[in-house]
Design a protein around this ligand. Structure first.
Ligand code: JFZ
Length: 439
């Protein structure tokens, strides 16, 4: 921006949307699978006979389980039913083009054999490099792999929530070196990785050290200049997160939309790259045994969230929480099945390469422009009882043709720029699309 008023040492590292091939690929992918998998997948929200309503991956924290007790779950982690090839096959059939997996969540346990800690997969009954199996299988299936990494670490002795004295500062600098070493290790051991999804960056210690977040982004980019890093990593000189104190986005895309989406008419969000992440129940990321405790979204609800996101120029990460044994719960397999069926029919038109269409929002659903074909689509989620779909075009534009499946639909003017499109008597029993041609 031209009117930056504050000089920042640790602000945005560049301004504007990236246009390199890797970023274009990320953008075109649109639909990703999120995977939360760790020691928390073993208890699944239950401890000593009590089932907790909170997010299962936070159980250690809110059930106040002592570190030594929680950490010993490491000796139970043995996902002997894990089949990476099957996982990748399921992800591909669901329509996912990329995947983001928790290499280390807040509990600190590492899914890869790390040189920098014993609290890792190597020291479990499973022993093998699970992350490598995962990366290889997904890469082989043509799915781009991203790594989630939590800065917040309940296990590491040098982690600090705040910096109150010299000792905290020294410890935290050691923690920073540890995290940086692990991240470079991940990049070096798994060169296929396309980017990093940082989390656990909200504490005062991190916000007071904008330099650390700046340095991590820089170090990752030195190894791979096209690596893709989410905005949640970053804090600037003044502790401002995601956006620096001049309002410029830090990182390569905005990752603040967590379990909610921007408004349908939010035109500001369409100016930047962004990604939303979403749970299937209300707020469970890691495996939780009892999904009856909160609303569970249906496939149609999830499809609407995906299409809404794409219509605003964003990416969508749908979360899965596999069990400790390496299998997925039936609800997730069923959702995958439904979503995959829909994607196989519609995704090439309105998901992959989908983008903001810059047309006035309507109540029946969402518009998507396909940046590959240049075509404009409507996606219908709320079918009017009248079977009439209202559309309004920008000044100077006229509606030419409306394509629905193999037919051309009739339409008539309702005023200068507005039209009513007549749908056929029988419309599909699922969200459906139509194409509009303007002149
Ligand atoms: C974090 C984690 O604590 C959680 O376990 C999960 O991994 C999720 C993806 O990320 O939770 C958050 C992070 C950010 C916000 C809320 C919860 N936020 O920005 O509102």
């Amino acid at each position: 921006s031209t009117n930056d008023s504050i000089t920042l040492k640790y602000g945005a590292q560049y301004i504007g949307k990236r246009q390199d091939a890797e970023m274009k690929k990320f953008r075109a992918n649109r639909l990703g699978q999120f995977i939360h998998w760790g020691l928390y997948s073993i208890p699944g929200g239950e401890w000593n006979g009590t089932t907790y309503l909170g997010a299962a991956e936070w159980l250690a924290n809110f059930a106040k389980i002592p570190n030594a007790t929680w950490d010993s779950l490491q000796y139970q982690f043995n996902p002997n039913k894990f089949n990476a090839v099957q996982w990748a096959k399921m992800a591909k059939a669901s329509g996912f083009k990329y995947v983001t997996i928790t290499t280390k969540h807040h509990e600190g346990f590492c899914l890869w054999p790390s040189e920098f800690t014993e609290f890792d997969i190597e020291n479990t009954p499973y022993k093998k490099d699970l992350l490598k199996e995962f990366v290889d299988a997904y890469t082989e299936a043509g799915i781009d792999v991203y790594f989630y990494y939590s800065i917040l670490d309940w296990h590491h002795k040098d982690w600090r929530y705040d910096i109150k004295n010299q000792a905290d500062s020294l410890a935290f600098s050691k923690y920073f070196e540890f995290a940086k070493n692990q991240l470079l290790e991940l990049q070096q051991k798994y060169p296929e990785v396309k980017g990093f999804w940082f989390d656990g960056t909200w504490d005062a210690s991190w916000k007071k050290n904008g330099k650390y977040s700046y340095d991590i982004q820089k170090a990752l980019k030195e190894v791979n200049p096209n690596v893709i890093v989410n905005s949640r990593l970053r804090a600037d000189d003044f502790g401002s997160r995601h956006f620096d104190s001049n309002g410029n986005l830090m990182g390569d895309y905005q990752s603040g939309y967590e379990r909610y989406l921007p408004a349908k008419n939010d035109t500001l969000i369409t100016k930047i790259d962004w990604e939303a992440c979403m749970t299937i129940p209300v707020n469970q990321w890691g495996y939780h045994k009892d999904w009856s405790l909160s609303h569970v979204k249906s496939a149609n609800e999830i499809l609407e969230l995906i299409v809404k996101t794409v219509s605003l120029g964003g990416n969508f990460l749908l979360n899965y929480g596999p069990k400790g044994d390496g299998t997925f719960r039936n609800e997730e397999l069923e959702i995958s099945n439904s979503i995959g069926n829909w994607m196989s029919k519609y995704a090439d038109k309105v998901i992959y390469y989908g983008d903001y269409a810059n047309l006035k929002p309507q109540d029946w659903g969402y518009y998507v422009k396909n940046t590959n074909s240049g075509k404009f689509y409507g996606v219908v989620f709320n079918l009017p009882l009248s079977k009439l779909l209202k559309i309004e075009l920008p000044n100077g534009k006229k509606l030419k043709v409306v394509n629905f499946e193999t037919e051309k639909l009739e339409y008539h003017h309702h005023d200068k720029m507005g039209y009513f499109i007549s749908l056929p008597e029988n419309t599909p029993n699922e969200p459906f699309i139509f194409e509009i041609l303007m002149e």
